[in-house]
Structures are given as structure tokens and as C-alpha cells.
Design a protein around this ligand. Structure first.
Ligand code: PD2
Ligand code: ZN
Length: 286
């Protein structure tokens, strides 16, 4: 076949790809076999990725899992060291695919971190979590920090950071919940949890009316403790250091533990930890 013509991916080819994967052949071997049969590389790779993604999704639905949703995604396909976030170049320190976790360096300047803390400080109260029974808010023993929420675009600083985040992770600014600031003193923590809303809980439908599911979380470190206070992902034994100006970003394409996004703020042992959290929804947050 001439390489200028578009090669058509047939149902037979898709079936063959699934059979290869089920027989335990890795992606590289399958693409190599396709190239040897005359397939163009970009078409072979696309066919492999889309076929296996659709196949896995069908299996997930058959097993009763919630459907996968589109998620925010930084542009990391060519492994750049820096990403252009509009008004700032942000460093990519770590990139993990399962769970989907990216650690950013230098997302915020020291001045921005300090200014967020100073504006938030007089407005702090004991942190609440969403009560999934009712959709309201409650004090939770698993979350001993103090916190406050900014309204979306509440001031110039918050608005600037929200635009930067939207550009960094390619997700509409209007889908973001108001930024939350949390302050942890020694002994306080946020025990491991998922950030998505559990579809089985009775309060979830009313929460979802405000913009659908949460699909991503960005935790930005504003002040670093001397010891402790890392963000942990127990399923994969990952701990992200709470370094000022850095941030950990993770996404969850379905509200299900298979995303391996169980995470927590480990106890602060010395010093004070301040973070800003930005949760991203499927749709415009209202
Ligand atoms: O403070 C943290 O590291 C942390 C851990 C888990 C924050 C959140 N979750 C959150 O704000 O959702
Ligand atoms: Zn969380």
C-alpha cells in the first residue's frame, strides 16, 4: 500500500490487537509486528492505544465500575523539563502514570505563597469535609488542619494563579472549585482519602449538581514544615515532599479505588505546613 494513502483500521485488526495483548505480548512487540506487515507507525500506535483503551473501558463497565471521564492533563508527551504556564515556566519534577501523578517545581513564587498565607490567616477555621450523607459540610476527625476557601477569582492573586493552573493542566478555569488554604500545626494531619465523591453515598447527587465529579486535584505547598507533612499515596508507597512553591497534581478518571489515588497529608512533626488545594470538576463549578 502507498504510504500517502490513509490506512484503514478494521475491526479484524482491532480484534487481533486484543488477542495479542491477552496472549501477553507487550505494546512494543505488537507495534513491531504491525510495522513488519506494512502499517505506518503513527497509525499502528494510535490503533493499539485506542483499541486497548476501549477494550479496558468495556471490561470496566462490565464489572460495574463507573464510566471513565475526561481528565485534565499537562502536555508531557515529549518529556519537557519545563511547561509554559502563561506567566511562568513550571518545572516537571516527576511524572507517574498509574496513579496519574505529576509533581511540579516552582509553580508559585515565594512572594505568592506568603501573600496567600497572609490573606488567608485571619479567615481560618477548623477544616470541614463534605458530608456525603447529606451533601452538607461537617467537622471530621481525620482532618485536623484549619482552613478557608477563596471564591473563584476572588482577588488578582488568586485569579492569576487560577489562570496559570488552567493553562498548566489544560482544563477550563471555570471548572475549578474555589481555592482552599489549609494550615497544619505539629500533630495535625489529613488521613488518607479519595477526593472524588463516592457515587454510592446518598449526598453525592446534590454535590454533583455543582459541576459534576471532581476529576483532578492540585495541592500547592505554601510553607514547608521542618519534618513530616508530606503528601502520601499509600497504594503506591509514594511520598511527595511539601517544598514551598512546588505542587503535586493527580487525576482520577472514574470515582473508583482502581485509580489508586488514595492520598493523605501525613502528620506534621515539626514546624508548620501551609497548602493551597485546587479541585477540578468535570464541568463549570457553580
Ligand atoms: O495536605 C496534604 O498534603 C493533603 C493531603 C490530602 C491535602 C489534601 N488531601 C486535599 O486538600 O485534598
Ligand atoms: Zn485530598
Amino acid at each position: 500500500m502507498s504510504t500517502t494513502q490513509t490506512q484503514q483500521v478494521t475491526p479484524q485488526l482491532r480484534q487481533w490487537i486484543i488477542e495479542q495483548a491477552e496472549a501477553g505480548h507487550g505494546a512494543e512487540a505488537v507495534v513491531k509486528a504491525m510495522l513488519a506487515s506494512g502499517w505506518q507507525e503513527d497509525i499502528a500506535v494510535d490503533a493499539l492505544e485506542s483499541t486497548l483503551r476501549d477494550h479496558l473501558e468495556q471490561k470496566a463497565l462490565q464489572q460495574g465500575m463507573p464510566a471513565a471521564l475526561p481528565v485534565p492533563e499537562p502536555k508531557l508527551d515529549e518529556s519537557p523539563l519545563y511547561l509554559d504556564a502563561g506567566d511562568r515556566q513550571v518545572c516537571v519534577l516527576q511524572n507517574m502514570y498509574n496513579p496519574r501523578v505529576v509533581v511540579f517545581g516552582g509553580l508559585l513564587s515565594d512572594e505568592e505563597c506568603e501573600a496567600l498565607i497572609e490573606i488567608a490567616r485571619p479567615r481560618l477555621a477548623r477544616s470541614l469535609t463534605v458530608d456525603t450523607q447529606t451533601g452538607g459540610e461537617e467537622v471530621n476527625a481525620d482532618r485536623t488542619s484549619r482552613g478557608m476557601f477563596f471564591r473563584p477569582a476572588e482577588n488578582e492573586l488568586v485569579s492569576r494563579i487560577e489562570s496559570r493552573i488552567a493553562r498548566l493542566v489544560n482544563w477550563p478555569e471555570e471548572n475549578g472549585e474555589g481555592m482552599q488554604i489549609l494550615h497544619y500545626r505539629p500533630g495535625t494531619e489529613y488521613k488518607p482519602h479519595y477526593d472524588y465523591f463516592d457515587p454510592a453515598q446518598p449526598g453525592t447527587p446534590s454535590i454533583l449538581q455543582r459541576g459534576g465529579q471532581r476529576v483532578g486535584t492540585l495541592v500547592m505547598y505554601l510553607a514547608e514544615p521542618e519534618k513530616g507533612g508530606g503528601t502520601i499515596f499509600p497504594d503506591v508507597h509514594l511520598e511527595v515532599a511539601p517544598k514551598r512553591g512546588n505542587a503535586v497534581f493527580f487525576t482520577y478518571e472514574r470515582p473508583h479505588p482502581s485509580t489508586r489515588t488514595l492520598h493523605g497529608g501525613s502528620p506534621v512533626l515539626a514546624g508548620e505546613k501551609w497548602i493551597a488545594t485546587k479541585w477540578l470538576r468535570e464541568r463549570r463549578f457553580v
